[in-house]
Design a protein around this ligand. Sequence first.
Ligand SMILES: [Fe+2]
Ligand SMILES: [Fe+2]
Length: 364
Amino acid sequence: MDDINRDSEELKEEEPVEEVLDMEDIPHTNEEQSKFFSSSFNLFLNSVFPVLIIDKDLKIIVANSACENLFTNFFNLHGSYFTDVFGKAFEMDDIRKIRETVIKGENGYSWKGETRIKSRDMVSVQVRVYLFPAGLDIKEPHEFIVMFDDVTEENRRLLRSVFMSLLEASKLKDNDTGKHIMRVNYYSKRIAEELYTNYNEKYIRIDADFIDNIGFLASMHDVGKIGTPDDILNKEGPLSDWEWSIMREHTKNGAFILSTYPNPMAKEIALSHHERWDGNGYPFQLEGDMIPLAARIVTIADVYDALRMERSYKPSLNHSVTVEKMMEDKETHFDPFIIDVFYSIADDFNRLYEENKDKKTTQD
Ligand SMILES: [Fe+2]
Ligand SMILES: [Fe+2]
């Protein structure tokens, strides 16, 4: 018994008592409390995680530098209310829950959610958001920490790696080379950049996300060929009408495969990259603007590359003949405005083709 008492006394002596905060140390008035707690905010402000401190009225008191960096191109965080700054980024229901968390103390004054922060000129940022009371365990907190976890890259990598595997699987079957897929990616992105930069008002829908997505998704345009029988896909010589009808199914199969992709652009490209401006394409004979914009862009990229490529059943065409031939189809096959834009940047297409040429292709 004596030993036990002695041990516990020795333990007490070694305890770093100065680190233990007594509830009686906490000041009683609001003013004193806010001074007292502001010193503990320093811990959060030095954090490498993006952190905001807001008050009970949802006014942003301070943002740490990691938070400033994360949102520097999106918001001005200073002196604003959380709901004013992030109002458009969250669903109405989330905003309501955040209010109730702070005001009514639901779920222990804590809330967790996820959102995407968008702007036209910046690729959007996807964040997980954690809200919890700041300071110590008192009955009614006056300040709250909002911590953001930037999961943009993590989510993008995860999503794209799944669909890259599908693309790899389709490449095992298809005659088209990996370089064709890569070039269609580059050309499509180049057209989108040009429309964004120089035809901003006409193509208001084209933003940084559109440009970021179209490259990757253009490369998936023929993923539906994974469902096309090998003897039709690899047939040397012309296809019969029946074989063509099977071949055309790759557009619908592609849309089906990509139906779970969160951005509808994936499905639009796969489904509509063989539609024609005059309504004589497939699978649905869509006409003009009825064809999704991303698909109209990819059609131009795909046809340019198909003409440049040497195939077992056709020689490759050089750049100027390819451009000439495509311009003849201005009003029939292609969107007449976008084909003119293509014409204005056609040198870039040639450069991209040359830089990413298949080794087996003969010199033009
Ligand atoms: Fe196709
Ligand atoms: Fe293609």
